[in-house]
Ligand binder design. Structure first.
Ligand code: DP6
Length: 324
């Protein structure tokens, strides 16, 4: 009745933004990401007799009521599948700050879903686990498989799962996350998905995405950063153009975000092949190949705007670990 799992976060090269079905988190578009080995969540789930509700502790503190309700909703799905009636004690630890644009909900719900299904005696196939994790947080679907991952858009629960396009060792691509703020973001991505279609740029974005997804997939498979980088930057800017023009508008950038984007362009002009991407937060993800990663990390850490940095390689997917 007790199990522990670890799951990586992931950075999307093609972004998930907007749901066909908000409840099931069925996205409008397919997305593509890389898992992140330094940004993980480790979660233990224990179903216990005598609990009056689920008890959730994250990084040593009791989770607030809204967060706990979201965890309970996911545990309810596992209880429905397994027939378990007991509440659970959930203990979770992140290797990075929550709610700051490193997709903590992705690793959190992937680890929770794997630990909860194992604690409930279920052994789901990877695609079933991915679809189930998706119900907790969309991007968590992409934290179940390892390496470079494609999440399918489909109108059904079963059809919208993620799978690995290539294993972690396929390409020594690095993601250096430049943390410019540790503050919890004001508007979570769930609200962002709800507002996405209010932007006049949402429909044109969807129209162009198939071609961009194909090009990104080909660039990843060919390990071609010169092709991938400009596509990923355009995609990140487009996501934020949609967010900034939603009603009400969502602006995730801080002045430091823009300073970092300027730096990347300058470093590239100076001969360092690095590219940026952003999630729903102010922190900047910098992509480069292994040969340039130490230099890039040194440059990033030297910037006055940067309070911390996480150096990620592609990771294996979510997996069970021995209980702590
Ligand atoms: C901008 O998966 O965090 O990072 O399903 O509401 O939990 P919920 O949203 P979430 O959205 C991620 C949005 C994004 C882009 C991406 O990771 O694809």
């Amino acid at each position: 009745m007790r199990a522990t799992a670890i799951a990586p976060s992931n950075i999307a090269f093609i972004k998930y933004w907007g749901n066909l079905d908000q409840e099931l988190r069925l996205p409008y578009n397919a997305s593509l990401s890389m898992t992140l080995d330094a940004c993980t969540t480790t979660t233990t789930v224990a179903f216990e007799a005598g609990l009056e509700g689920d008890v959730v502790d994250v990084d040593g503190r009791a989770l607030d009521a809204t967060g706990t309700a979201r965890v309970t909703a996911q545990l309810d799905r596992v209880r429905a599948l397994s027939g378990i009636a007991q509440h659970a004690r959930v203990t979770s630890a992140n290797a990075f700050p929550m709610g700051t644009g490193i997709a903590s909900s992705a690793s959190a719900f992937a680890a929770l879903t794997l630990a909860a299904t194992r604690a409930a005696g279920l052994d789901l196939a990877e695609r079933e686990l991915s679809a189930l994790a998706r119900c907790g947080s969309g991007s968590a679907a992409r934290s179940v498989p390892g390496g470079f991952v494609l999440w399918h858009a489909a109108p059904t629960h079963e059809g919208s799962f993620a799978e690995s396009l290539a294993p972690p060792e396929h390409w020594d691509l690095r993601d250096i996350v430049a943390v410019v703020s540790r503050a919890h973001k004001a508007v979570g991505s769930t609200s962002g998905h709800e507002l996405a279609t209010t932007s006049p740029f949402f429909a044109p974005r969807l129209f162009g995405l198939h071609a961009r997804l194909d090009a990104v997939r080909n660039a990843v498979l060919a390990r071609d950063l010169a092709a991938l980088g400009p596509l990923v930057e355009a995609e990140a800017l487009e996501l934020h153009a949609v967010a900034m023009t939603s009603q009400p508008p969502l602006r995730y950038w801080a002045p430091a975000t823009i300073a970092l984007l300027d730096c990347v362009v300058r470093w590239r002009a100076d001969g360092l092949p690095a590219y940026f991407t952003l999630d729903a937060g102010p922190n900047v993800h910098l992509l480069c190949e292994g040969a340039h990663a130490d230099e890039l990390e040194r440059l990033v850490r030297a910037l006055p705007e940067v309070v911390d940095a996480y150096h990620n390689r592609p990771s294996v997917g979510a997996h069970p670990v021995a209980a702590p």
